[in-house]
Design a protein around this ligand. Structure first.
Ligand code: NAD
Length: 483
């Protein structure tokens, strides 16, 4: 018990416990055992962090630094993440339950964000605008000021990278509230930021519950902009709060993404990618490919291949590197199991399930992958974000039907088109309402360079790539009269 590491907040460049001294236990999803603690911060801690961020932004060295210097700090940060990659990956896997190979790839993604944004820092600039008469206008791309980042538990390190990489790059200061269910890698990255040379107060990280620390941050009157990734329900609450303060937000709120497989596709190539699209991170992915739409003429052939593959899949402890790890929490396990139970009650066709490893610790949050076939398009299974390794399959008649089914949810985050017909690839990609469409692949590569975000209930605004920098800045227009 006494050996448990006590993680600390980062406020004004100092590591500190919650002012109240309160802590939250950190439970490993793989075995249900507590192995560390995090501060249970309150409004007072958030207030201190926002004040530190405001001071660093207005008065500190940050505002005076050139974009090139900011970029160099980010590059040093990237190098440090690389240097600590094994330690960070092990921490991430233990904290989230994700398999170690995937945690390693997440940490590589975090380092890559700092590398990408470090390199971009001094390449962002405004425009000159020609005007009639004796006028000329130019635009400056300026930081928002103090940015709040509310980070989810499914990809703590990677999502931290995209938020703080872009925000720091543009010269903002930040207060980060990581999710109470998984925040150790975020707090550890905070420690490394001191070594990287991020000036005191520019990056503040405050752990605690959403209801207390999260709500205090998103409603804080001295926060200029909010980046939020998580559920639509909490996203709506935060939008309402931000509206009261007239603050800007980006909202990344999940999806029910479709992988559309036409009869002319390379099915051997599609099969492992479609499976990976739903078991990656145990399906706890906003962009999980949770619906597979298969052209009627190949439906039986392809669904049987998928079923064979599903039966081979194994969920197990993060350090044993099976196909998938544990779900984040008992709460999430209950949510996913409730969807499966409801589908069974509705007599939906459960075609295949994977296995849970024999040596799993019985108190871990494991769930075997499930494949449902011929799922009615209106059912909850086909419409709601499950956030677990549950794949719904449907047949479609033709291209028009495929597009209609793909668009037939409240969400619009990502999608894929599997076909060897080039004209069809473009036609279908243009008609599916989503922020990102993959052709003959899914979630390809790490994609730090690719703008990401959704439409409809999936939210708005774009993160990642250069678009992420535009979101983390605002344009000021200056007009000269040179008569
Ligand atoms: P939650 O809404 O309880 O918490 C989400 C995050 O928001 C946490 O970081 C929490 O601390 C914070 N939060 C909660 N209330 C807040 C408030 N009033 N103000 C500011 N921050 C607040 O969500 P959950 O129970 O962890 O997950 C519920 C569902 O969310 C999941 O089942 C899944 O469908 C979805 N989810 C989506 C993503 C994504 O990447 N889009 C990630 C994780 C979870």
């Amino acid at each position: 018990m006494t050996n448990k590491k006590q993680y600390k907040n980062l406020i004004a460049g100092k590591l500190c416990p919650a002012i109240s001294g309160k802590k939250l236990d950190v439970i490993s999803p793989s075995d249900g055992l507590s192995f560390a603690s995090i501060p249970e911060s309150s409004k007072r801690d958030i207030d201190l962090a926002v004040r530190a961020a405001r001071h660093a932004y207005e008065k500190g060295a940050w505002g005076k630094m050139s974009a090139t210097e900011r970029g160099r700090i980010l590059l040093k940060f990237s190098f440090l993440i690389e240097k600590h990659k094994n330690e960070l990956a092990e921490l991430e896997a233990k904290d989230t339950g994700k398999i170690l190979s995937q945690a390693k790839s997440d940490i590589a993604g975090l380092a890559r964000y700092f590398e990408f944004y470090g390199g971009a820092a001094d390449k962002m600039h405004g425009d000159t605008i020609p005007m009639k008469g004796d006028f000329l206008a130019l635009t400056l791309r300026e930081p928002h000021g103090v940015v709040a980042g509310i980070i989810p538990w499914n990809y703590p390190s990677k999502i931290l990278g995209r938020v703080i990489g872009a925000a720091l790059d543009m010269g903002n200061s930040l207060v980060i509230k990581p999710a109470e269910d998984a925040c150790l890698s975020v707090l550890r990255v905070g420690e490394l930021s001191i070594i990287a040379g991020v000036p005191d107060g520019v990056l503040n990280i405050v752990a605690g519950t959403g209801i207390e620390a999260g709500a205090a941050l998103s409603s804080h009157k001295d926060v200029d902009f909010i980046s939020f990734t998580d559920s639509p329900i909490t996203g709506t609450i935060i939008q309402q709060t931000a509206a009261k303060n007239n603050r800007g937000v980006t909202m990344e709120l999940g999806g029910k993404s479709a992988q559309v497989v036409f009869a002319d596709a390379d099915l051997e190539k599609a099969l492992p990618v479609i499976v990976s699209g739903i078991i990656h991170n145990s399906g706890q992915v906003c962009s999980a490919g949770s619906r597979v739409l298969i052209e009627q003429s190949i439906y039986d052939e392809f669904i049987n291949k998928l079923a064979t593959k599903f039966k081979e899949l194994v969920a197990g402890p993060h350090d044993a590197d099976f196909d998938l790890g544990a779900l984040i929490s008992q709460k999430q396990l209950k949510i996913v199991n409730a969807f499966i139970e409801q589908a069974k009650q509705e007599n939906l066709e459960l075609l295949a399930t994977g296995k849970i490893a024999n040596n799993d610790p019985k108190s871990g949050n494991y769930i075997a992958p499930h494949l449902f076939s011929n799922v009615p398009a209106k059912s909850d299974l086909a419409q709601k974000e499950i956030f677990g390794p549950v794949l719904c399959a449907f047949p479609f008649k033709d291209e028009e039907d495929a597009i209609k089914l793909a668009n037939n949810t409240e969400f619009g985050l990502i999608s894929s088109v599997w076909s060897n017909d080039g004209a069809r690839q473009i036609r279908v990609a243009k008609k599916i309402r989503a922020g990102q469409i993959f052709i003959n692949s899914y979630g390809a590569g790490d994609g730090n360079e690719l703008p990401f975000g959704g439409c409809k209930k999936s939210g708005f605004g774009r993160e990642k790539g250069l678009e992420g920098l535009y979101e983390m800045s605002a344009i000021k227009t200056i007009i000269f009269n040179h008569s």
